[in-house]
Design a protein around this ligand. Structure first.
Ligand code: IPD
Ligand code: CA
Ligand code: CA
Length: 263
């Protein structure tokens, strides 16, 4: 049984996902046009965000928002804030790759207490509430993987190519992590990366330069599934400094050691 709060969040995500799914089916037709579907996708993103905003505001009129497109929207209760990425995995969406999600977290007095990550193309709904565990499609309780050695692990990451110093450093990190692990993956959707670590599909995930809305929803899934998260210096997880190393305790520690050693 979902709580009333999670119901509200799932309903908002589901409604936005319906709109995204319609648009995703259109994207395939637009692939062949010379201009490509980029403008169309940006509209799809904004439409999805508007739906999430309308639904959540209707249900909880006093809560504030931090949204990727719209930015900050003040609330009146001073305690609650929704953190929303209406379309995480934009590049996948644009290319017709069915790995994208609507991601919503609720912050209460600075702490993430509920979250939803919905990937409609794979029919996967991830939910978590503080103290209530993390779940896939309301049926399967999530638990991080049990592997103990980095050499046996599949590790996910996000490599960006905007040429920033952080991007270049991440390539150096990749050069160290790849030979130490069993395999490297890049989903293109940080919320799903964290959800899949929570589900034990990936043993760990690391990325730099993420935004709070990329991290917050998956972070609670991970925590409720028994996972650990920190920044690259080993400081406990935060949604604010962009750095994530996530995994079970053993693998997190080993990955942190490798990452820490990269200048
Ligand atoms: C992106 C995805 C991607 C990550 C990027 C994010 P967007 O979010 O989460 O996996 O590598 O850093 O910006 O732009 O698709 O919402
Ligand atoms: Ca986004
Ligand atoms: Ca994002």
């Amino acid at each position: 049984m979902r709580s009333a709060l999670l119901n509200i969040m799932v309903q908002a995500a589901t409604k936005a996902a319906r709109s995204l799914t319609r648009d995703f089916n259109e994207v395939e037709n637009l692939q062949v046009s010379r201009k490509g579907p980029a403008d169309f996708v940006s509209l799809a993103d904004k439409r999805a965000e508007q739906i999430v905003f309308d639904e959540l505001r209707k249900a909880r009129p006093t809560y504030a928002f931090l949204m990727e497109e719209r930015g900050e929207v003040a609330g009146t209760d001073g305690q609650h804030r929704w953190i929303v990425d209406p379309l995480d995995g934009t590049t996948n969406f644009l290319h017709g790759i069915p790995v994208f999600a609507v991601a919503i977290a609720l912050e209460r007095n600075g702490e993430i207490v509920a979250s939803v990550v919905l990937n409609p193309a794979m029919d996967e709904l991830y939910t978590a509430e503080k103290g209530g565990g993390a779940w896939l499609n309301d049926r399967k309780r999530l638990r991080v993987g049990g592997r103990k050695h980095l050499a046996d692990c599949v590790i996910s990451t996000g490599i960006n190519s905007r040429g920033s110093a952080g991007d270049v450093r991440q390539l150096r990190q990749l050069a160290q992590v790849a030979p130490a692990a069993a395999g490297i993956r890049r989903t293109g959707c940080a919320a799903i990366d964290l959800a899949w670590v929570a589900a034990g599909r990936f043993d760990a995930f690391w990325e730099d330069q993420l935004q709070p809305w990329d991290i917050a929803p998956g972070w609670l899934l991970l925590r409720e599934a028994g996972g650990t998260m920190s920044d690259f210096a080993g400081k406990p997880g935060s949604i604010w400094n962009g750095q994530v190393i996530a995994g079970n305790e053993d693998v997190h520690g080993q990955l942190l050691k490798v990452i820490k050693a990269v200048p």
